[in-house]
Ligand binder design. Sequence first.
Ligand SMILES: [Zn+2]
Length: 295
Amino acid sequence: MARCRKSNTNYKFISSLILICILVLYFFFAPGEESDLPVTVSGDDMYVHFIDVGQGDAALIQTASGNLLIDAGTSDSIETLTDYINALGVETLDYAIFTHPHADHIGGATAVLNTYTIQNVIMPNAVSTSATFEKMLAAIEAEQCEVIEGKAGVSFSMGEVQVDLLAPVSDDFSDLNNASVVTKITYGNVSFLFTGDAETSSESEMLEQNAAKLNADILKVGHHGSSTSSSVKFLSAVSPEVAVVSVGLYNEYGHPHAEIVSRLEDTGAAIYRTDKNGSVVIYTDGTKYEIQTEK
Ligand SMILES: [Zn+2]
């Protein structure tokens, strides 16, 4: 009997332990508000997704009138990117901007072109001899999408959302980073500035040509927070409330550089980083905005 009672006690103890484990696992891993990503667009909402693609860039802008992708991450992040876009139910990209022909921005471009219906491709008048770039060009041709040269002065709208390209200003690039298409997106009172990997020489040209247009609420920080970008004058013209750095954890370049992080802090902007926060989603109705992070 004693043995029976003992084994009964053991059974109760183990059951309780299992129950406690289940509860602990539930509270640790159940999706909270922070991890409730992604989301599907409806009504007049706009969602801007800074997708965590490691050491690279990819942002999806979902509006009631269409979708715009800015960069496609690296070749290592193709599955992450397409899984993310698929989870949103997105099948058509009205515009895909490939800011410049570096592998951390166009590594997933061919996969994106092969997976989704893309109506317009925007890219700068800059070429690379890399296989990644050649494959992307072949995929663009196969897809038969409209190709628009990305440069300062190009503008279009998606419903109420205004899209203005602010760079490249000239096509005299010392470095492919400075060929980066810089995109300003304005919806009502809320604006975003996507700078690709534009460095200080491109920033100076933008300041000279169109300083007033640079002001934005949310800044995708240039070149993953490298000290080759984000000059004091440029940041002061943008004057962001929110700065998003698209960057890989423990990357070999030391991005974001400490001096840029402190320079961003000096602007008073709230800083989000994809290496720490995972994907970052900003919702706006054109008057206010809200930020959700994966982590
Ligand atoms: Zn880059």
